[in-house]
Design a protein. Sequence first.
Length: 391
Amino acid sequence: MNNPIPYGRQHITEEDIAAVAEVLRGPMLTQGPSIGAFEKAFADYIGAPYAVAVSNGTAALHLCAMALGVGPGTRVITTPITFSASANCVRYCGGEVFFADIDPDTVLLDVNAVRRLIEAHPRGYFSGIIPVDFAGYPVDMVAFRALADEHGLWLLEDSCHSPGGSFEATDGKTHRCGDASLADLAIFSFHPVKHIACGEGGMITAGTEALYNHLMRLRTHGITNKPGDFTPPYDGEPERGGWYMQLQELGYNYRLTDMQAALGLSQLQRADAMLARRREIAARYDAAFAQTPVQTIVPPANVGHAYHLYVIQTDNRKGLYDYLRTKNIFAQVHYIPVHTMPYYQQQGNQPGDYPLAERYYSRCLSLPMYPTLTDDEQQYVINEVLAFVGR
Ligand SMILES: *Cc1c(COP(=O)(O)O)cnc(C)c1O
Protein backbone atom coordinates (compact mmCIF):
# COMPACT_ATOMS: atom_id res chain seq x y z
CA MET A 1 0.00 0.00 0.00
CA ASN A 2 1.43 3.37 -1.01
CA ASN A 3 -0.97 5.57 0.92
CA PRO A 4 -0.36 5.83 4.64
CA ILE A 5 -3.16 4.19 6.64
CA PRO A 6 -3.86 6.12 9.87
CA TYR A 7 -5.69 4.70 12.91
CA GLY A 8 -8.60 7.08 12.36
CA ARG A 9 -9.68 9.74 9.89
CA GLN A 10 -12.65 11.95 9.06
CA HIS A 11 -14.90 11.53 6.06
CA ILE A 12 -16.07 14.72 4.32
CA THR A 13 -18.62 14.54 1.47
CA GLU A 14 -19.76 17.13 -1.08
CA GLU A 15 -22.98 17.47 0.97
CA ASP A 16 -20.89 18.39 4.04
CA ILE A 17 -19.01 21.03 2.04
CA ALA A 18 -22.25 22.45 0.63
CA ALA A 19 -23.73 22.67 4.13
CA VAL A 20 -20.76 24.69 5.39
CA ALA A 21 -20.73 26.92 2.29
CA GLU A 22 -24.41 27.70 2.79
CA VAL A 23 -23.69 29.06 6.27
CA LEU A 24 -20.81 31.14 4.89
CA ARG A 25 -23.17 32.74 2.37
CA GLY A 26 -25.72 33.53 5.08
CA PRO A 27 -25.86 36.26 7.73
CA MET A 28 -24.84 34.33 10.87
CA LEU A 29 -21.47 32.72 11.40
CA THR A 30 -21.99 31.98 15.07
CA GLN A 31 -25.11 31.19 17.11
CA GLY A 32 -27.21 30.99 13.96
CA PRO A 33 -29.91 28.44 13.19
CA SER A 34 -27.47 25.54 12.62
CA ILE A 35 -26.58 25.41 16.33
CA GLY A 36 -30.11 24.72 17.55
CA ALA A 37 -30.77 22.35 14.65
CA PHE A 38 -27.61 20.37 15.42
CA GLU A 39 -28.44 20.24 19.13
CA LYS A 40 -31.95 18.99 18.45
CA ALA A 41 -30.86 16.38 15.89
CA PHE A 42 -28.04 15.16 18.13
CA ALA A 43 -30.28 14.89 21.20
CA ASP A 44 -32.74 12.84 19.09
CA TYR A 45 -29.97 10.59 17.78
CA ILE A 46 -28.60 9.91 21.25
CA GLY A 47 -32.01 9.76 22.89
CA ALA A 48 -31.25 12.52 25.39
CA PRO A 49 -33.75 15.15 26.56
CA TYR A 50 -31.40 18.15 26.13
CA ALA A 51 -28.17 18.93 24.28
CA VAL A 52 -25.81 21.92 24.43
CA ALA A 53 -23.25 22.42 21.65
CA VAL A 54 -19.86 23.73 22.75
CA SER A 55 -16.48 24.47 21.21
CA ASN A 56 -14.85 21.09 21.94
CA GLY A 57 -15.12 18.01 24.15
CA THR A 58 -12.77 19.45 26.76
CA ALA A 59 -14.92 22.58 27.10
CA ALA A 60 -17.91 20.25 27.49
CA LEU A 61 -16.17 18.47 30.37
CA HIS A 62 -15.18 21.78 31.98
CA LEU A 63 -18.73 23.18 31.90
CA CYS A 64 -20.13 19.91 33.26
CA ALA A 65 -17.68 19.98 36.15
CA MET A 66 -18.80 23.54 36.89
CA ALA A 67 -22.50 22.71 36.61
CA LEU A 68 -22.04 19.70 38.92
CA GLY A 69 -20.46 21.97 41.50
CA VAL A 70 -16.83 20.87 41.38
CA GLY A 71 -14.65 23.30 43.32
CA PRO A 72 -11.68 23.28 45.69
CA GLY A 73 -11.97 20.25 47.96
CA THR A 74 -14.30 18.32 45.62
CA ARG A 75 -13.05 14.76 45.05
CA VAL A 76 -13.88 12.96 41.81
CA ILE A 77 -13.03 9.45 40.59
CA THR A 78 -12.18 8.55 36.99
CA THR A 79 -10.31 5.93 34.96
CA PRO A 80 -6.58 5.99 34.17
CA ILE A 81 -7.29 4.70 30.64
CA THR A 82 -8.77 7.76 28.99
CA PHE A 83 -7.74 10.96 27.29
CA SER A 84 -6.42 13.23 30.05
CA ALA A 85 -9.25 15.77 29.55
CA SER A 86 -11.60 13.41 31.45
CA ALA A 87 -9.51 14.13 34.54
CA ASN A 88 -8.32 17.67 33.75
CA CYS A 89 -11.85 19.11 33.93
CA VAL A 90 -11.85 18.44 37.67
CA ARG A 91 -8.53 20.26 38.06
CA TYR A 92 -9.81 23.29 36.06
CA CYS A 93 -12.32 23.79 38.87
CA GLY A 94 -9.76 23.20 41.63
CA GLY A 95 -11.06 19.72 42.52
CA GLU A 96 -9.02 16.62 43.27
CA VAL A 97 -8.77 13.66 40.88
CA PHE A 98 -8.74 10.07 42.16
CA PHE A 99 -8.28 7.05 39.96
CA ALA A 100 -9.45 3.44 40.27
CA ASP A 101 -8.22 0.49 38.22
CA ILE A 102 -9.82 -0.96 35.10
CA ASP A 103 -11.59 -4.23 34.40
CA PRO A 104 -9.08 -5.91 32.07
CA ASP A 105 -11.84 -7.70 30.13
CA THR A 106 -13.48 -4.44 28.99
CA VAL A 107 -10.69 -1.89 29.74
CA LEU A 108 -13.41 0.21 31.39
CA LEU A 109 -13.33 1.72 34.86
CA ASP A 110 -14.04 -1.20 37.23
CA VAL A 111 -17.15 -0.45 39.26
CA ASN A 112 -15.92 -2.81 42.00
CA ALA A 113 -12.59 -0.99 42.26
CA VAL A 114 -14.51 2.29 42.51
CA ARG A 115 -16.70 0.80 45.23
CA ARG A 116 -13.63 -0.32 47.21
CA LEU A 117 -12.12 3.18 46.90
CA ILE A 118 -15.34 4.86 48.06
CA GLU A 119 -15.85 2.45 50.94
CA ALA A 120 -12.29 3.01 52.18
CA HIS A 121 -13.25 6.61 52.99
CA PRO A 122 -15.84 8.29 55.20
CA ARG A 123 -19.27 9.03 53.73
CA GLY A 124 -19.30 12.29 51.77
CA TYR A 125 -15.59 12.10 50.94
CA PHE A 126 -16.22 11.81 47.17
CA SER A 127 -18.66 13.87 45.10
CA GLY A 128 -18.77 12.26 41.67
CA ILE A 129 -17.56 9.68 39.17
CA ILE A 130 -16.55 10.19 35.53
CA PRO A 131 -16.81 6.82 33.73
CA VAL A 132 -15.61 6.68 30.11
CA ASP A 133 -17.05 4.55 27.28
CA PHE A 134 -13.49 3.72 26.29
CA ALA A 135 -12.96 2.75 22.62
CA GLY A 136 -16.74 2.79 22.19
CA TYR A 137 -17.50 0.00 24.70
CA PRO A 138 -20.49 1.19 26.74
CA VAL A 139 -19.91 1.55 30.46
CA ASP A 140 -22.47 -0.33 32.57
CA MET A 141 -24.20 2.82 33.76
CA VAL A 142 -26.85 0.80 35.59
CA ALA A 143 -24.15 -0.50 37.96
CA PHE A 144 -22.54 2.94 38.29
CA ARG A 145 -25.92 4.60 38.96
CA ALA A 146 -26.65 2.11 41.73
CA LEU A 147 -23.25 2.76 43.33
CA ALA A 148 -23.61 6.54 42.93
CA ASP A 149 -27.09 6.52 44.48
CA GLU A 150 -25.87 4.48 47.43
CA HIS A 151 -23.26 7.11 48.17
CA GLY A 152 -24.96 10.30 46.98
CA LEU A 153 -22.62 10.93 44.04
CA TRP A 154 -23.20 12.47 40.61
CA LEU A 155 -22.20 10.77 37.36
CA LEU A 156 -20.65 12.41 34.31
CA GLU A 157 -20.36 9.98 31.39
CA ASP A 158 -17.53 10.72 28.95
CA SER A 159 -19.10 9.32 25.77
CA CYS A 160 -16.60 10.82 23.32
CA HIS A 161 -15.88 7.34 21.92
CA SER A 162 -19.42 6.02 21.84
CA PRO A 163 -22.09 7.99 19.96
CA GLY A 164 -24.55 5.32 18.80
CA GLY A 165 -23.30 2.76 21.32
CA SER A 166 -25.78 1.01 23.60
CA PHE A 167 -26.24 -1.95 25.88
CA GLU A 168 -29.13 -4.06 27.01
CA ALA A 169 -29.22 -4.16 30.81
CA THR A 170 -30.38 -7.06 32.96
CA ASP A 171 -33.72 -5.24 33.30
CA GLY A 172 -34.21 -5.80 29.55
CA LYS A 173 -34.01 -2.06 28.80
CA THR A 174 -31.66 -0.71 26.17
CA HIS A 175 -29.48 2.15 27.38
CA ARG A 176 -27.84 4.40 24.82
CA CYS A 177 -24.41 5.82 25.58
CA GLY A 178 -24.58 9.40 26.76
CA ASP A 179 -28.38 9.62 26.81
CA ALA A 180 -28.18 11.22 30.28
CA SER A 181 -30.85 8.88 31.63
CA LEU A 182 -28.54 7.24 34.18
CA ALA A 183 -25.70 9.77 34.17
CA ASP A 184 -26.50 13.32 35.29
CA LEU A 185 -24.62 14.67 32.28
CA ALA A 186 -22.69 13.21 29.35
CA ILE A 187 -20.30 14.67 26.82
CA PHE A 188 -19.15 14.09 23.24
CA SER A 189 -16.34 15.39 21.03
CA PHE A 190 -16.40 16.25 17.32
CA HIS A 191 -12.65 16.20 16.82
CA PRO A 192 -11.90 14.75 13.35
CA VAL A 193 -10.80 11.34 14.68
CA LYS A 194 -14.15 10.86 16.46
CA HIS A 195 -17.36 9.54 14.85
CA ILE A 196 -18.66 12.96 13.82
CA ALA A 197 -16.24 15.68 12.72
CA CYS A 198 -16.76 19.42 13.16
CA GLY A 199 -13.04 20.32 13.04
CA GLU A 200 -13.35 21.20 16.71
CA GLY A 201 -16.60 20.76 18.56
CA GLY A 202 -18.33 19.16 21.49
CA MET A 203 -21.77 18.41 22.90
CA ILE A 204 -23.20 18.04 26.38
CA THR A 205 -26.34 15.99 26.92
CA ALA A 206 -28.41 16.70 30.02
CA GLY A 207 -31.27 14.94 31.72
CA THR A 208 -32.91 17.97 33.34
CA GLU A 209 -34.02 21.40 32.20
CA ALA A 210 -32.27 23.01 35.17
CA LEU A 211 -28.87 21.62 34.15
CA TYR A 212 -29.58 22.51 30.52
CA ASN A 213 -30.37 26.14 31.35
CA HIS A 214 -27.32 26.43 33.56
CA LEU A 215 -25.02 25.00 30.86
CA MET A 216 -26.49 27.32 28.19
CA ARG A 217 -25.59 30.28 30.41
CA LEU A 218 -22.10 28.98 31.27
CA ARG A 219 -21.38 28.51 27.55
CA THR A 220 -21.85 32.24 26.97
CA HIS A 221 -19.86 33.87 29.78
CA GLY A 222 -22.54 33.25 32.42
CA ILE A 223 -24.78 35.84 30.75
CA THR A 224 -28.53 35.55 30.36
CA ASN A 225 -30.83 37.84 28.37
CA LYS A 226 -34.03 35.98 29.21
CA PRO A 227 -36.20 38.25 31.41
CA GLY A 228 -37.65 35.24 33.23
CA ASP A 229 -34.16 34.33 34.45
CA PHE A 230 -33.14 37.76 35.80
CA THR A 231 -32.26 37.66 39.46
CA PRO A 232 -33.80 40.02 41.97
CA PRO A 233 -33.13 42.25 43.77
CA TYR A 234 -32.93 44.45 40.77
CA ASP A 235 -31.71 47.98 41.26
CA GLY A 236 -30.89 51.00 39.16
CA GLU A 237 -32.90 50.47 36.00
CA PRO A 238 -36.61 50.92 36.46
CA GLU A 239 -37.23 50.45 32.73
CA ARG A 240 -35.13 47.76 31.12
CA GLY A 241 -34.42 48.25 27.43
CA GLY A 242 -34.10 45.49 24.90
CA TRP A 243 -30.33 45.55 25.44
CA TYR A 244 -30.62 44.47 29.03
CA MET A 245 -28.85 41.30 30.14
CA GLN A 246 -27.24 40.00 33.30
CA LEU A 247 -23.86 38.44 33.97
CA GLN A 248 -24.96 36.08 36.71
CA GLU A 249 -21.85 34.01 37.28
CA LEU A 250 -18.43 33.54 35.74
CA GLY A 251 -18.74 31.52 32.55
CA TYR A 252 -16.72 31.20 29.35
CA ASN A 253 -16.97 31.70 25.63
CA TYR A 254 -17.28 28.04 24.69
CA ARG A 255 -19.62 28.52 21.73
CA LEU A 256 -19.53 26.45 18.56
CA THR A 257 -19.64 28.34 15.24
CA ASP A 258 -22.52 27.91 12.81
CA MET A 259 -20.15 26.53 10.17
CA GLN A 260 -19.07 23.78 12.55
CA ALA A 261 -22.64 23.01 13.57
CA ALA A 262 -23.69 22.76 9.90
CA LEU A 263 -20.85 20.31 9.28
CA GLY A 264 -21.79 18.27 12.34
CA LEU A 265 -25.46 18.22 11.35
CA SER A 266 -24.60 17.08 7.83
CA GLN A 267 -22.33 14.33 9.19
CA LEU A 268 -24.99 13.22 11.64
CA GLN A 269 -27.23 12.21 8.69
CA ARG A 270 -24.71 9.43 7.95
CA ALA A 271 -24.09 8.41 11.57
CA ASP A 272 -25.98 5.10 11.39
CA ALA A 273 -24.31 4.04 8.15
CA MET A 274 -20.88 4.99 9.46
CA LEU A 275 -21.44 3.09 12.71
CA ALA A 276 -22.60 0.04 10.75
CA ARG A 277 -19.39 0.19 8.70
CA ARG A 278 -17.27 0.46 11.87
CA ARG A 279 -18.98 -2.67 13.20
CA GLU A 280 -18.35 -4.48 9.93
CA ILE A 281 -14.64 -3.64 10.14
CA ALA A 282 -14.53 -4.79 13.77
CA ALA A 283 -16.21 -8.12 12.92
CA ARG A 284 -13.61 -8.73 10.24
CA TYR A 285 -10.73 -8.02 12.63
CA ASP A 286 -12.38 -10.24 15.28
CA ALA A 287 -12.58 -13.14 12.83
CA ALA A 288 -9.06 -12.65 11.49
CA PHE A 289 -7.43 -12.67 14.94
CA ALA A 290 -9.65 -15.29 16.59
CA GLN A 291 -7.25 -18.25 16.58
CA THR A 292 -4.04 -16.21 16.85
CA PRO A 293 -1.87 -14.81 19.67
CA VAL A 294 -3.38 -11.37 18.94
CA GLN A 295 -5.68 -10.60 21.86
CA THR A 296 -8.96 -8.85 21.03
CA ILE A 297 -11.96 -7.65 23.01
CA VAL A 298 -15.15 -9.20 21.65
CA PRO A 299 -18.14 -7.80 23.53
CA PRO A 300 -21.06 -10.02 24.61
CA ALA A 301 -24.31 -9.97 22.61
CA ASN A 302 -26.04 -7.43 24.88
CA VAL A 303 -23.38 -4.79 24.14
CA GLY A 304 -23.64 -2.48 21.13
CA HIS A 305 -20.02 -1.38 20.79
CA ALA A 306 -19.51 1.93 18.91
CA TYR A 307 -15.89 1.18 17.85
CA HIS A 308 -14.21 4.55 17.96
CA LEU A 309 -11.09 2.38 18.32
CA TYR A 310 -10.25 -1.20 17.53
CA VAL A 311 -7.69 -2.19 20.16
CA ILE A 312 -5.57 -5.33 20.13
CA GLN A 313 -3.20 -6.47 22.87
CA THR A 314 0.10 -8.18 22.18
CA ASP A 315 3.34 -8.92 23.99
CA ASN A 316 5.74 -7.15 21.64
CA ARG A 317 3.68 -4.03 21.17
CA LYS A 318 6.60 -1.68 20.44
CA GLY A 319 7.95 -4.14 17.88
CA LEU A 320 4.57 -4.37 16.16
CA TYR A 321 4.05 -0.59 16.23
CA ASP A 322 7.48 0.02 14.64
CA TYR A 323 7.01 -2.79 12.11
CA LEU A 324 3.61 -1.46 10.99
CA ARG A 325 5.10 2.01 10.48
CA THR A 326 7.62 0.55 8.04
CA LYS A 327 4.57 -0.78 6.17
CA ASN A 328 2.87 2.64 6.11
CA ILE A 329 0.34 1.61 8.77
CA PHE A 330 0.07 4.22 11.51
CA ALA A 331 -1.38 2.37 14.46
CA GLN A 332 -1.65 4.32 17.73
CA VAL A 333 -1.57 3.73 21.47
CA HIS A 334 -4.61 4.63 23.63
CA TYR A 335 -3.75 5.59 26.28
CA ILE A 336 -0.70 6.19 28.41
CA PRO A 337 -2.34 5.85 31.86
CA VAL A 338 -3.28 9.35 33.02
CA HIS A 339 -2.01 8.81 36.58
CA THR A 340 1.55 8.22 35.26
CA MET A 341 1.65 11.59 33.46
CA PRO A 342 4.15 13.95 35.11
CA TYR A 343 1.35 16.39 35.99
CA TYR A 344 -0.67 13.72 37.80
CA GLN A 345 2.46 12.39 39.48
CA GLN A 346 2.89 15.91 40.88
CA GLN A 347 -0.65 15.42 42.26
CA GLY A 348 0.51 12.42 44.29
CA ASN A 349 0.06 9.47 41.90
CA GLN A 350 2.79 7.12 40.80
CA PRO A 351 3.50 4.28 38.40
CA GLY A 352 2.47 1.00 39.99
CA ASP A 353 -0.71 2.45 41.52
CA TYR A 354 -3.07 0.83 38.96
CA PRO A 355 -1.36 -2.35 37.75
CA LEU A 356 -4.17 -3.57 35.48
CA ALA A 357 -4.29 -0.27 33.60
CA GLU A 358 -0.50 -0.27 33.32
CA ARG A 359 -0.36 -3.85 32.06
CA TYR A 360 -3.05 -3.07 29.47
CA TYR A 361 -1.08 0.01 28.36
CA SER A 362 2.11 -2.02 27.91
CA ARG A 363 0.37 -4.33 25.41
CA CYS A 364 -2.26 -2.23 23.59
CA LEU A 365 -2.35 -1.00 20.03
CA SER A 366 -5.21 0.67 18.13
CA LEU A 367 -5.48 -0.60 14.56
CA PRO A 368 -6.94 1.47 11.69
CA MET A 369 -10.68 1.93 12.28
CA TYR A 370 -12.71 4.41 10.24
CA PRO A 371 -15.66 4.03 7.87
CA THR A 372 -13.72 4.73 4.67
CA LEU A 373 -11.06 2.09 5.37
CA THR A 374 -11.39 -0.20 2.35
CA ASP A 375 -11.58 -4.00 2.52
CA ASP A 376 -8.24 -4.20 0.69
CA GLU A 377 -6.60 -1.82 3.13
CA GLN A 378 -7.99 -3.75 6.09
CA GLN A 379 -6.81 -7.05 4.63
CA TYR A 380 -3.36 -5.54 4.19
CA VAL A 381 -3.37 -4.41 7.87
CA ILE A 382 -4.49 -7.89 9.00
CA ASN A 383 -1.82 -9.61 6.90
CA GLU A 384 0.95 -7.39 8.24
CA VAL A 385 -0.14 -7.83 11.88
CA LEU A 386 -0.24 -11.61 11.46
CA ALA A 387 3.06 -11.59 9.57
CA PHE A 388 4.71 -9.84 12.50
CA VAL A 389 3.22 -11.86 15.36
CA GLY A 390 3.76 -15.13 13.47
CA ARG A 391 7.50 -14.80 13.13
C1 LIG B 1 -11.39 13.42 22.40
C2 LIG B 1 -11.69 13.19 23.82
C3 LIG B 1 -11.92 14.23 24.74
C4 LIG B 1 -11.70 15.67 24.41
O1 LIG B 1 -12.33 16.14 23.28
P1 LIG B 1 -11.74 17.39 22.49
O2 LIG B 1 -12.87 17.73 21.56
O3 LIG B 1 -10.52 16.94 21.76
O4 LIG B 1 -11.47 18.48 23.46
C5 LIG B 1 -12.29 13.91 26.02
N1 LIG B 1 -12.42 12.63 26.43
C6 LIG B 1 -12.17 11.60 25.59
C7 LIG B 1 -12.33 10.21 26.10
C8 LIG B 1 -11.79 11.85 24.28
O5 LIG B 1 -11.52 10.82 23.47
